[in-house]
Design a protein around this ligand. Structure first.
Ligand code: ADP
Ligand code: MG
Length: 682
């Protein structure tokens, strides 16, 4: 019998009301109940008072001597004191507002109390009192589980219910992991681990139980992803691209620069995927400035040579314009026609573009998300690349498939995601990583200064512009908000226009329309404007290699990932670059962020620290993160286990006899039981 099919109300004491309250906690079946783990334990192991530190929580057993004395403060408040002989150490125990206990306590009686220890007064302030022998028998010496509860479900009741469930159904808990893994990692059996996670006798038992269940949980999670990946590879019919590899080689050697080793490697991985008949489903990770655009260009060229259209989707119009320009420069000489499709086009331009796409006159289409929405009809779509965004998920792919398209999909991201999260959130994808920067890049010197250093910053910008370089100045908000005391981009713009004259300053913000934005960006890219004051619209992707200074005003208002992206706008050419973070942080986290930024420019290191500061949920934004809700595992602590579990799972699903072998059969059945819904990024 499968315990997840046994409703929880088969247990005694679970009536309609309790059943509903349990359901609110996510407990519907006996299996749910058995796996409803405590979030902490009360420690009822007897303490050694000679060792216990001041103010520690202690549990002591002792004999009462003398009579309890009670002092009242008004009608409700009271303080009761009792002398206790705790194994030769004479202490006093204090109870606040529990004078009713007085009747139950008499000299000579042995009681157990838990509470805060005052080492100097030799005194325990009791939080819990065990008077009867049977109570003491049951609880002393144990770690008692504490659960999060709601409404009519109370902790003590739930604890008893879980215990009862183990008594009745514990023997039906089946092992699910293959013996091979259990013995390799010396894991304790499943049923035992589940029980001990609730009712450990000591820390070591609890630790063993947790270790086993963390591995199981992460392994099963990865197993699902690996299974999906396998299905995807073998069952989703995609396109087998065929193209002349020599032409691609020529294209690469004609580039203005040699590819880095890492770029070569990821190009190889991508092209290999494209040639296979299955649908490519690949994530391309690379820190800001690592050169992902040219990799996309190569893939689009190979796709074009195979006779297909390709689409590049980007999050902002500025980026769409920039990519249209750089891809045309790259691909037009080789015969591919590059057009763009954005929300700001006039109706007529749009109609033209749509017509060209439909008739196959456009080979590469760069656009914002409008691209995959109705009524765009491609003639022959072979490759979709998305740049700098998290949100091209399963749903969007399904949308394309409904249109009868199963293009290869390449997902590019510079948001440096720690490997743990990458393989969790993008787990069913194949991953390529560019882990090397183009040669000749100079590190970006990063400084953190207080706001009163502003005049010095202005001088510095002036000096850099004097050398022919350019600068960004980023401000958090466009409209003045007195409450937040944020610097107004417009104000900074006006101030700098005066202070820096004759250097020309431009302003870019979210309220401008597309044409205005485009104009400012163009002037900045062509160095007609030397300093660009901007809100965060330049955050992702913008590429102006001549810019060498990045000033971020109120930098502590930005998250680490965002700051890293912003800093990535400079250091893109050969010149030495500088990033100046202007901030008077009010919070500890703000200070910590400034510290991290000045200590490292490695995106992966930054994201690791960010993850530490914020936790995984917040890191990706809880709702859209696609992060599973693990019961036992904690990704910040257990990432090494996750990696191991992933490679074990990958290996095991690939076994010939995975579905039939008695050792792995339970895993297969588990997968069949689970909804094999892939996670959705929306
Ligand atoms: P990102 O990965 O952040 O999208 P880009 O693709 O915008 O980075 O590349 C950043 C800059 O580096 C561009 O100016 C690009 O032309 C240049 N670049 C890319 N690859 C190389 C390389 N192998 N050698 C030198 N410069 C390169
Ligand atoms: Mg880019």
């Amino acid at each position: 019998m499968n315990l997840s099919e046994v409703p929880v109300d088969v247990l005694p004491g679970v009536g309609e009301q309790k059943k509903q309250a349990l359901a609110e906690l996510g407990i519907r079946s006996v299996d749910d109940l058995l796996q409803y783990y405590p979030y902490r334990y009360e420690d009822y192991r007897l303490s050694d008072l000679t060792q216990a530190p001041h103010e520690a929580k202690v549990t002591v057993r002792g004999r009462i001597y003398g009579t309890p004395s009670v002092r009242w403060y008004g009608k409700k408040k009271s303080r009761m004191t009792v002398k206790l002989d705790a194994g030769g150490i004479h202490i006093s125990v204090i109870w606040f507002n529990q004078a009713y206990l007085k009747e139950k306590l008499s000299p000579g009686q042995t009681i157990v109390v838990s509470g805060k220890w005052d080492r100097y007064r030799l005194q325990v302030t009791a939080e819990r009192t065990l008077i009867s022998e049977s109570e003491q028998e049951k609880q002393v010496g144990r770690l008692e589980p504490v659960y999060s509860v709601t409404g009519p479900v109370k902790v003590n009741w739930l604890r008893k219910l879980i215990y009862e469930a183990f008594v009745r159904y514990g023997r039906q808990i089946r092992e699910i992991l293959p013996e091979e893994l259990i013995s390799r990692y010396k894991l304790i059996p499943r049923a035992k681990a589940m029980f001990l996670l609730h009712f450990p006798k000591g820390k070591e038992e609890g630790h063993q139980a947790r270790r086993r269940m963390v591995y199981e949980e992460l392994f099963l999670y990865e197993l699902k992803l690996m299974w999906l990946r396998k299905l995807h590879r073998t069952e989703v019919q995609g396109i087998a691209h065929t193209f002349d590899e020599e032409k691609v080689e020529t294209f690469i050697s004609d580039l203005a620069f040699p590819l880095t080793g890492a770029q070569r490697r990821v190009v190889r991985e991508i092209l290999q995927d494209m040639r296979r008949p299955g649908q490519m489903n690949r994530l391309l990770q690379g820190d800001v400035g690592s050169g992902k655009t040219v990799v996309a260009g190569i893939a689009l060229y190979a796709n074009y040579l195979s006779g297909y259209q390709g689409a590049l989707m980007v999050p902002t119009e500025i980026l769409a314009d920039q990519h249209t320009a750089s891809l045309s420069k790259l691909l037009t000489p080789y015969g591919a026609r590059v057009i763009s499709l954005t929300g700001s086009m006039t109706a007529r331009e749009r109609r033209d573009a749509l017509g060209q796409i439909q008739m196959g006159l456009a080979d590469v289409i760069v656009g914002t998300h409008a691209l995959i929405q109705e009524p765009v009809t491609f003639r022959k779509l072979g490759l979709v690349i998305t740049d700098e965004q998290h949100r091209f998920g399963v749903k969007q792919r399904a949308l394309l498939r409904e249109k009868g398209e199963t293009p290869d999909v390449l997902f590019m991201t510079a948001t440096p995601i720690p490997r743990t999260l990458a393989i969790t959130v993008f787990g069913e994808m194949d991953v390529s990583t560019i882990d090397e920067m183009p040669a000749g890049r100079q590190p970006i010197d990063t400084y953190w200064v207080k706001k009163d250093a502003w005049p010095r910053i202005v001088k510095f910008i002036q000096k850099e512009c004097g050398k022919g370089h350019q600068a960004y100045v980023i401000c958090p908000l466009i409209e003045e908000s007195e409450k937040l005391d944020l610097q107004n981009a417009e104000q900074v713009f006006e101030q700098l226009t005066v202070d820096l004259a004759p250097v020309r300053v431009g302003l870019l913000h979210g309220r401008m329309n597309a044409a205005e934005k485009e104009e400012v960006m163009r002037m900045f890219a062509e160095n007609q404007v030397q300093v660009l004051v901007s809100t965060t619209v330049v955050e992702v992707g913008v590429n102006v290699p001549n810019a060498t200074v990045m000033v971020v005003y109120d930098a502590d208002r930005f998250g680490l990932a965002q700051l890293h992206q912003l800093r990535g706008r400079v250091g893109r050419g050969g010149g030495a670059s500088t990033c100046i973070l202007v901030a008077d942080p009010k919070s500890e986290t703000g200070v910590e962020r400034m510290r991290v930024m000045t200590e490292t420019t490695d995106g992966f290191e930054i994201s690791r620290r960010d993850l530490e500061l914020r936790g995984p949920g917040d890191f990706l934004g809880v709702k859209q993160s696609g992060l599973p809700d693990f019961k036992v595992a904690d990704l910040t602590e257990d990432f090494r286990v996750l990696e191991i579990a992933r490679s074990d799972a990958a290996r095991i699903v690939e076994r010939e006899d995975f579905e039939t072998h008695p050792e792995t059969r339970p895993l297969y059945e588990y997968l069949m039981n689970e909804e094999l819904e892939s996670r959705n990024f929306d």
